[in-house]
Each structure stands twice: as C-alpha cells, then as structure tokens.
Write a protein that binds this ligand. Structure first.
Ligand code: AMP
Length: 212
C-alpha cells in the first residue's frame, strides 16, 4: 500500500501516520523528521534547510526530491509506505510520478485554520524519535517523556504562533493545489479531522478499507 497523507500543518498527519504504520506494517516517511534530524546532526543538507524550517517556509524542491528518492529506494519500502508531509508542492508530486511511484490513495485530512492554531500550541514532539503528542488530546503516559522511546518531549520551534500563521499561508498557497492534482487522478479521499485522535483514525481506516 502506497499512501500520501495530505493536510495542513497540525492536521494530525504524523499522529495518523503512526496509526496506519502500526496497522499495515509499512514505514512512515516524514520529510519533516528527516530534515529535523539532519539539522540536529549538522549535516550539509541540515544546514541548508535550517533557515527555511525556522521561518515556516518550504525547503526547496530539489532538496526534498533528493531526500525522497534516496529514502524510497530503501529495502523497507518494497511493500509500501506512507508519505507524511510530502509531496507539498505540485513539482514534488510530478517528481514522484516521474520516479514511477504508483500511489494508491491520497488521504486528505481537513481541519480549519482556527482549530490548527489552537492545536499546535499544545503539540509536543519527542526530541529523540519524532513521535508526536498533545498535552490535551494525546498526552504521554508520563509528563514530557515519550511513550515509545523514553526520550524528552519538546515544543517545536516552528510551532510558535507567528511561524504557524506563515506555515498555514504556505500550505494554502503551495500545498492545497495538490487536492485538485490528486482528485483529477481519482486518488483523493477527504477525511474531516476530528478533535479526538481515535475518531480520526476510525474514519481513515474505514476509508482505506473502502468503507469511507
Ligand atoms: P513537518 O514536520 O512535515 O511539518 O515539516 C516541517 C518543516 O520541514 C516544513 O515547515 C518545511 O520547512 C520542511 N519540510 C518538510 N517536508 C517538506 C516538503 N515536502 N517540502 C518542503 N519543505 C518541507
């Protein structure tokens, strides 16, 4: 199964990718996590991407296309994968097509901007493995500690309100056109993101099993 998760920042892509990944045993690939790891490790790609991430802008397509090409050629992607946060521009979607990647379904998680603004202020991510939590909607068992790996939970720098506003503007301008792109290919399924994580997961799993 080859899936794309589409949606605004904070729509719940990362959280739902974890659920799909556990259900279908396919890897979840987040270009955001790959880039944050590169920034943390101070690699050449990381230092090129850092200023874009911190400003809430998109990292240039050629960097993203290089990352995704390399990641999709790994052995664990043979039986399928979930793309979380990529493609984010029509150029990236066209690059995937050019690589011969046959996407089965594109899940579009829809959440209103004002809800996103509220959600992102409570988001926490694991500084070690990238798993995501929310102080109200998806708390970790122990405060500030990751359930998966025991790492420290942190607030992402780009979750500050001014940066979130910029990321939403970028989403509407550069990523939302992908809704039409994949609708035209007959691949798009839209799910309304619910307040509760489990309710959204139920809608997504039903859609993937053809009951949505
Ligand atoms: P995310 O964790 O998916 O919200 O990504 C965080 C940041 O990483 C974004 O705001 C962008 O700066 C960068 N990024 C991640 N994925 C992409 C992508 N596919 N295209 C461009 N920039 C990206």
């Amino acid at each position: 199964m080859k899936l794309i998760l589409l949606g605004a920042p904070g729509a719940g892509k990362g959280t739902q990718a974890e659920v799909i990944c556990d259900t279908f045993h396919i890897p979840s690939i987040s270009t955001g996590n790959i880039i944050r790891e590169a920034v943390k490790n101070g690699t050449e790609m990381g230092s090129m991407a850092k200023e874009y991430i911190e400003a809430g802008k998109l990292v240039p397509d050629e960097i993203i296309i290089r990352i995704i090409k390399e990641r999709l050629s790994a052995e664990d992607c043979k039986n399928g994968f979930i793309l979380d946060g990529v493609p984010r521009t029509v150029a990236q979607a066209e690059a995937l097509d050019a690589l011969g990647v046959e996407i089965d379904r594109v899940l579009n998680i829809e959440v209103k901007d004002d809800v996103i603004m509220k959600r992102l202020s409570g988001r926490r991510v694991c500084g070690a493995c990238g798993a995501s939590y929310h102080v109200q909607f998806k708390p970790s068992a122990k405060p500030e500690i990751c359930d998966r790996c025991g790492g420290q939970l942190i607030v992402r720098k780009d979750d500050e309100p001014a940066t979130v506003r910029e990321r939403l503007a970028v989403y509407h301008e550069q990523t939302e056109p992908l809704v039409d792109y994949y609708t035209a290919k007959g691949k798009l399924v839209t799910v309304e993101g619910q307040e509760n994580v489990e309710d959204t997961s139920r809608l997504i799993l039903a859609a993937l099993e053809g009951r949505g």
